[in-house]
Design a protein around this ligand. Structure first.
Ligand code: GLY
Ligand code: MN
Ligand code: MN
Length: 285
C-alpha cells in the first residue's frame, strides 16, 4: 500500500506578481473605487464646519461610501489640526477647530478593490496664508511625483521626485538651509517627512508584489501597475525645528495612479486638490 504525500509549494510569489499587474477589467473596477472614494471626500468638504467632531465627519465619509454599497478599505483617518501629525491617528473623536486644517485619509472598497485618498482642507473653508504656503509645497510634490511615473522608470522615482520638491520647499519656508541634494543625502527632511511616497494598490490597500528586483534595486515600472502617491509635510505642535507659525500643521495629499504606456492615469481626480478648487467647492452649500 502506498501513501502519496502531498507536496506543498508556496505560490505566493506567483500570485503576488499576477496581482501586481492589473488587466483592463481590474483597472475599470479600480476606477470606480477611485470615483466612490473621491465622492466621500467631496461630501466631507461640503459638510465640514467648525466645532463638528472628527467622528461626525468620518461618518459622513462612510455614509457616502455606503450609498454605493461600499465599506472603507481601511480605518479612515480624520485628523483635525495637530492630530494630522500623528501618522496613524484613528481615534477620530476630537472637535474640529475654526482656523485649523483637517486631514482625511479614507478610501472605499469596490468589488474587493481598494481606493486610498488623502485630502487636507480648512475646517472653515478658507486656507490661511501660512497654511497655503505649506499646502502648495505638498501639492507640487504630489503633482510632479505623479507625472514622474512612467513605464521603464525605477519604482522609487516618485519618492525621489517628491523629496526634491519637499526639501526645496523646506528651504523656501525657512526651515532648512543649504544645498538641496546635500540635504536629501543627509535625510534632513526626516523630522518633517518620515514616510515613503507610495505603495502598490489593489485587492489590498497595501497590495502584494515586490518592490525590489533580484538585484535589490527598485524594480522598473510596468504598464498596469497601480501605485499611490502620498507626499506630506508634518510640523508637530512641539517641533521646535520649525518656526512657531507652522507648528500644528500637518498636510498630506494622496492619489491613486495607474502606470500606462503614456501619461499616468489618475483614478482619484474627481476630488479637488488645488487651494482654489477646494475653496470654491467649500463655498457651495
Ligand atoms: N491609508 C493608508 C495609506 O495611505 O497607506
Ligand atoms: Mn496610501
Ligand atoms: Mn491613505
Amino acid at each position: 500500500q502506498t501513501c502519496a504525500l502531498p507536496i506543498f509549494t508556496n505560490i505566493d510569489s506567483l500570485i503576488n506578481e499576477m496581482r501586481l499587474i492589473k488587466d483592463e477589467h481590474e483597472i475599470a473596477l479600480m476606477k470606480v473605487a477611485g470615483e466612490i472614494s473621491a465622492y466621500g471626500h467631496v461630501q466631507a468638504m461640503k459638510t465640514v464646519a467648525p466645532e463638528m467632531n472628527e467622528g461626525r465627519l468620518e461618518a459622513e465619509v462612510n455614509y457616502a461610501f455606503a450609498q454605493y454599497g461600499c465599506v472603507p478599505s481601511y480605518n479612515s483617518i480624520v485628523a483635525g489640526g495637530d492630530n494630522a501629525n500623528i501618522l496613524h491617528y484613528v481615534e477620530n473623536d476630537q472637535p474640529l477647530n475654526d482656523g485649523d486644517l483637517v486631514l482625511i485619509d479614507a478610501g472605499a472598497e469596490y468589488q474587493h478593490y481598494a481606493g486610498d485618498i488623502t485630502r487636507t482642507f480648512p475646517v472653515n473653508g478658507k486656507f490661511s496664508d501660512v497654511q497655503k504656503q505649506v499646502y502648495n509645497v505638498v501639492l507640487k510634490a504630489n503633482i510632479e511625483a505623479i507625472n514622474s511615473l512612467k513605464v521603464g522608470e525605477h519604482g522609487k522615482i516618485h519618492h525621489e521626485t517628491a523629496l526634491k520638491i519637499l526639501t526645496q520647499g523646506l528651504i523656501d519656508l525657512g526651515i532648512l538651509t543649504g544645498d538641496v541634494d546635500k540635504l536629501i543625502e543627509e535625510k534632513a527632511y526626516t523630522p518633517f517627512y518620515m514616510h515613503g511616497t507610495g505603495h502598490w494598490l489593489g485587492l489590498d490597500v497595501h497590495d502584494a508584489g515586490r518592490y525590489n528586483g533580484d538585484d535589490g534595486k527598485p524594480r522598473k515600472l510596468q504598464k498596469g501597475m497601480v501605485i499611490t502617491v502620498e507626499p506630506g509635510l508634518y510640523f508637530a505642535k512641539d517641533n521646535e525645528l520649525v518656526p512657531e507659525k507652522y507648528r500644528g500643521i500637518g498636510i498630506r495629499i494622496e492619489d491613486d495612479v495607474v502606470i500606462t504606456d503614456g501619461e499616468p492615469l489618475v483614478l482619484t481626480g474627481d476630488v479637488p486638490k488645488t487651494v482654489e478648487e477646494i475653496e470654491a467647492l467649500m463655498k457651495i452649500d
